[in-house]
Design a binder for this molecule. Structure first.
Ligand SMILES: *Cc1c(COP(=O)(O)O)cnc(C)c1O
Length: 377
């Protein structure tokens, strides 16, 4: 390795979400992309046309974007208040919002704001969203992993509590949870929520609601009682804007102010800001796809659950998590992933199971057919 590069980076590998083909395993031509939990539906044509018009008429490509995105924060705040109903969340004002280039950027900013300079470690419960640990490691921040109940994937709360009490030099400063979790698709349980409520003020609880539009579970109504909680959301899933890279955080104004200090200037391109504003304005139309995806999810889940080889869990999100009933282990799963890929369906092999995004009805039918074919051999 080049002698000026930080020594610990030698151990890390770059995140390759959609690996391209290799000579041995060429990438399928136009596969069903069910490996990243995106919406299967592009924006409606008329909204795309409006975006194109915005680009032509309103965006000056020689100018930096609005670096404060006041209008966007206001619109996000309104959406969050509305989405917290029936709990009162009218105290969610724009000073409680910051936006990032994907919520990935905000995850990194939160780790920088809490743990850098050897001041803190990050606690995660595996299997969970892999970016928390990846981003912490790239910043040289220690990750403290705990497990989950293998039946319902509830966090091992006794282990988590013990880890918090035992971890020193540096102590746990941030706990990352997903509501509902990825890849296991389960929402936080009452016991998990109580544990988050019990965390001491010097530990930040990051509650990632990336799948809120599907689950409708949110802790937004409770946020004002917990200065050490922050909610993350994204436009990449239910809002169908993954191409634009935008997520947001909702939290205590002092935490938001700290995140603003860390944020890169102009982190949100003008076109991204415009796309997010437009998506919020047309949210009824865009989110009309959510009940359809949920109905498809339930059909897909029922079909998968009938395959004797598979153990399939319930889902509060737009993806399904399953494992093999017989311990064929990681090799068998890797093999299935590879064969599905060769057949034209991309899924994610992670956390000892497969995570399959709910696609269009045609894509889901192909997923079922391709799996049936594999198990009939
Ligand atoms: C998809 C996802 C995100 C979204 O990340 P973006 O950077 O906003 O695209 C965040 N957290 C979880 C758990 C996710 O699954």
């Amino acid at each position: 390795m080049l002698p000026f590069i930080r020594s610990d980076l030698g151990e890390l590998s770059a995140y390759t979400p959609n690996p391209g083909g290799t000579p041995d395993e060429p990438a399928p031509i136009s596969p069903d992309r069910l490996d990243a939990n995106e919406s299967p539906y592009d924006l409606p044509d008329e909204l795309k046309q409006k975006q194109a018009w915005t680009y032509l008429q309103e965006i000056e490509s020689n100018r930096y974007p609005d670096g404060t995105y006041t209008a966007l924060k206001q619109a996000i705040a309104e959406y969050v208040c509305e989405s917290a109903a029936p709990e009162p969340a009218d105290n969610i004002t724009p000073d409680r919002i910051t936006a990032g280039n994907g919520s990935d950027e905000l995850i990194r900013s939160l780790i920088i704001a809490t743990c850098l300079r050897g001041e803190g470690s990050v606690l995660v419960a595996n299997p969970t969203f892999s970016m928390y640990a990846i981003l912490a490691e790239t910043l040289g921040v220690p990750v403290v992993p705990v497990g989950r109940n293998p039946t319902n994937f509830e966090i091992d709360l006794a282990a988590a509590q013990l880890a918090i009490e035992k971890t020193q030099n540096p102590p746990v400063r941030a706990v990352f949870v997903v509501h509902p979790n990825s890849p296991t698709a389960n929402a936080l349980t009452p016991a998990e929520l109580d544990w988050l409520r019990s965390l001491p003020p010097q530990i930040l609880a990051v509650i990632d609601e990336a799948y809120f539009e599907f689950s409708r579970n949110t802790v937004a109504g409770e946020l004002h009682r917990h200065p050490n909680w922050v909610i993350l959301r994204t436009f990449s899933k239910g809002f169908r804007l993954a191409a634009h890279r935008i997520g947001y955080a909702i939290g205590n104004p002092e935490l938001i102010a700290a995140l603003e200090k860390i944020r890169l200037p102009y982190n949100l391109p003008s076109f991204t800001q415009a796309a997010a504003l437009s998506a919020l304005r047309h949210r009824q139309q865009l989110l009309a796809s959510v009940p359809e995806i949920i109905a498809e999810r339930d059909k897909l889940r029922d079909a998968l659950a009938q395959m004797p080889a598979l153990q399939v869990w319930p889902s509060d999100a737009n993806f399904i998590y399953l494992r093999l009933k017989d311990a064929g282990g990681a090799d068998a799963l890797a093999n299935i992933t590879q064969q599905l890929r060769a057949g034209g369906t991309l899924v994610r092999h992670t956390g000892g199971g497969l995570r399959i995004t709910v696609g269009t009805p045609d894509e889901n039918a192909r997923t079922i057919q391709r799996l049936q074919l594999l198990f009939s051999r």
